[in-house]
Write a protein that binds this ligand. Structure first.
Ligand SMILES: [Zn+2]
Length: 125
């Protein structure tokens, strides 16, 4: 068993204040799933994108708007949501504070360029 504190996991910066921590992944011997924790400052967003793997998201702190092919949807701490493979998605921190969420992907999602999801951050307003 491997036990880690999120605060002790190295941070990967995407610019404009967004950060990722790979809490559990291949370096911990996980063969199938990768657990990432993202922090996004107010006004920050992922790029509007899709890919052939799913996301499972749990909002830990803050408020955000989820955009996709359907109507925009507000999410907040305590909300979980599922993005099926090939569905357009974007998360925008529309709150006043930091947005922190867990995002699970299959290993190939983390390995691919698409897995980054925050590499093309929109400029905060
Ligand atoms: Zn994505």
């Amino acid at each position: 068993m491997i036990i880690r504190k999120v605060s002790e996991v190295p941070t990967i910066s995407y610019g404009k204040g967004a950060q990722k921590k790979v809490v559990i992944g291949p370096n911990e011997g996980a063969p199938t799933f990768v657990m990432r924790v993202f922090d996004v400052p107010p006004g920050g967003a992922s790029n509007d994108h899709s890919h052939d793997f799913e996301h499972e998201v749990l909002i830990l702190h803050g408020e955000a708007t989820c955009k996709g092919d359907g109507p925009d949807q507000k999410v907040e701490a305590g909300t979980a949501y599922f993005i099926p493979a090939n569905e357009r998605h974007q998360i925008v921190n529309t709150g006043k504070g930091n947005l922190r969420f867990v995002c699970l992907v299959p290993l190939r999602g983390e390995d691919s360029d698409q897995g980054a999801c925050f590499c093309k951050l929109a400029a905060p307003n």
